[in-house]
Design a protein around this ligand. Structure first.
Ligand code: PLP
Length: 376
């Protein structure tokens, strides 16, 4: 379908084309110098001690759980209002999830009080997700985690470049997991990054993302090594040079693109404030969010499917973030029916409107006018 205003769009230009051509000319395609450069630049941007590029954020989350020693018999507390990968990563390790509630219709991030209620003797970690790139309550969460001696993984898929209280999101916890999927703030098609501040974990990530091997093909190509040992059960979660080259270009555009997302979001909030909509995060104003998506909550009782259909008929793509993970068939089969009333109520009313840095005011105004028309 040809959308007049798509939900998201890439900001790609000649720079990306040239970067890819340079990789092709170099004749080295998988994890090498360009990837190392991308990792270094990303670490600088995020003020992270270590950064390891992988093929997607799902792998980053999986390795985060593995590196923290999560396995069968363990439990990890996760939000339900998130992409399913946040919870799946725990299950890949043979462990189980316990779902925590969100704070409120205004703040869709995980509720520290609800986390506290889900802690059991089996709890081994907490995963938080910075919804839309707005910070979770990291001060409360980190002190709760410290009190119970639990590591914290940040699903920062929405949050590259976001800062809370002077500290980039993804570097508050033990491990931060970023996504470079094609609709994210920094897009390489598939791609992800692990940010970590602990040397012991960094050593594990290096091994686990490449079969547990003690040297890389690139090291051998460079003449630094002739053979290798396999010292752990690792995976092939490597990234390639083409995606890293895209990542480097996108990283340069991230600050101004995030700033434009912020400007568009504030324009939306202002234009939609007198409707009956709930505008999550519009009153919080803390730190520097990355404004990955623009969620609104319809007034209770408004038919969401009809609303989204009318948007579609006007050429406007919208989406839902998210159907709660605990309501998916697989999760119901595994854990039975669970009740998270606030998450469920918000998820029923949520619609995500278009937001992307190249959107422009005219497209935004068209979305606003269409929304007003539908709701009146
Ligand atoms: C996109 C996303 C992921 C998964 O990222 P991939 O890179 O596609 O694996 C995980 N969590 C959240 C919240 C996401 O939005």
């Amino acid at each position: 379908m040809e959308w007049r205003v798509p939900l998201a769009d890439l900001d790609f230009g000649e720079e990306e084309t040239h970067a890819i051509q340079a990789v092709l000319s170099s004749k080295w395609l998988t994890m090498g110098e360009v990837t190392r450069h991308f990792e270094n630049e990303f670490a600088k941007m995020a003020s992270s001690k270590f950064a390891f590029a992988v093929s997607n954020a799902t792998q980053a989350l999986h390795l985060a759980c593995l590196a923290l020693g999560i396995g069968p018999g363990d439990e990890v507390i996760v939000p339900s209002l998130t992409f399913v990968a946040t919870a799946n990563a725990v299950l890949y390790c043979g462990a189980d999830v316990r779902f925590a509630e969100i704070i409120s219709p205004e703040d869709l991030t995980i509720d520290p009080q609800s986390i506290a209620q889900q802690i059991t003797p089996k709890t081994k970690a907490i995963i938080v997700m910075h919804y839309a790139g707005f910070p979770c309550r990291m001060h409360e969460i980190m002190s709760l985690a410290a009190e119970h001696n639990l590591p914290v993984i940040e699903d920062a898929a929405h949050a590259p470049g976001a800062i809370f209280d002077g500290k980039p999101l993804g570097t508050w916890g033990d491990v931060g997991c970023f996504s470079f999927f094609s609709n994210k703030n920094l897009a390489t098609g598939e791609g992800g990054m692990i940010a970590c501040q602990r040397e012991d974990l960094a050593e594990k990530f290096k091994l686990l993302r490449s079969h547990g091997m003690t040297s890389l093909t690139y090291d051998r190509h460079q003449g630094h090594a002739f053979s290798y040992d396999v010292v752990d059960l690792g995976y092939n979660y490597r990234i390639d040079e083409i995606r890293s080259a895209l990542g480097l270009e996108q990283l340069q555009k991230l600050p101004q693109n995030n700033a434009e997302r912020a400007r568009l979001t504030h324009t939306y909030w202002h234009a939609l404030q007198n409707l009956n909509l709930t505008l999550p995060f519009s009153k919080s104003g803390q730190g520097v969010p990355s404004h990955h998506i623009f969620p609104v909550l319809l007034p209770p009782g408004v038919n969401r499917h009809a609303f989204m259909t009318q948007l579609r008929d006007a050429g406007i793509q919208s989406s839902i973030h998210y159907r709660p993970v605990h309501t998916f068939t697989y999760y119901v089969k595994r854990y039975g029916q669970q009740s998270l009333p606030l998450t469920e109520e918000v998820a029923k009313r949520e619609v995500t409107l278009p937001l992307y840095p190249t959107m422009g005011d005219e497209n935004l105004q068209y979305v606003v006018n269409t929304v007003k028309k539908i709701l009146s």
